[in-house]
Design a protein around this ligand. Structure first.
Ligand code: GTP
Ligand code: MG
Length: 152
């Protein structure tokens, strides 16, 4: 079982897509372990996107992600890193397939609604950047998730 970091970006929050995105992950049988609407400071944003530091659009990327509140989440599930990337769709709105979150809602490559971790290592780093580890464990009550979802 894996955990991943999923974030509704400022454009997605402004457009009222938080509920839609939570719905898709719940309906897929994944378990929400923590969530918070928050502002991201530059230090946190630069750490989050450290792998893109040399890209020409890095400053623009940090400006965007710090431009308004994001909805940060930790989700858990079977192969969730790979599956969530499929649910999210390709980075570019021209390539994202209909039925994926970006395919259905994104029309810009820079402002593409949602982020999802792309590996186990980045998931761990990104979760730790946004959440206190103790706050995540507290959601893992013995009765949570419900039985039918546990059996997937
Ligand atoms: P994330 O889930 O957000 O990490 O997207 P990704 O893994 O599909 O793409 P990648 O990690 O390669 O790039 C991270 C983010 O940088 C993208 O989601 C875009 O928001 C942004 N980005 C990518 N290309 C461009 C670009 O050409 N210009 C700008 N301004 N932003 C870009
Ligand atoms: Mg990425």
């Amino acid at each position: 079982i894996q955990r991943t970091f999923i974030m509704v970006k400022p454009d997605g929050v402004k457009r009222g897509l938080i509920g839609e995105i939570i719905n898709r992950f719940e309906q897929k049988g994944f378990t929400l372990l923590n969530a918070e609407l928050m502002n991201v400071d530059r230090q946190k944003a630069e750490y989050h996107y450290m792998e893109l530091k040399e890209k020409p659009f890095f400053e623009e990327l940090v400006d965007f992600i710090t431009s308004g509140p994001v909805f940060a989440m930790v989700w858990e599930g079977e192969s969730i890193i790979e599956v969530s990337r499929i649910m999210i769709g390709k980075t570019s709105p021209l390539e994202a397939m209909p039925g994926t979150i970006r395919g259905d809602f994104a029309f810009s490559k820079a402002e593409n609604v949602i982020h999802g971790s792309d590996s186990l290592l980045s998931a761990e780093r990104e979760i730790a950047n946004f959440f206190d580890p103790l706050s995540i464990c507290s959601a893992r009550d013995k009765d949570y998730p419900f039985d039918e979802r546990k059996s997937v």
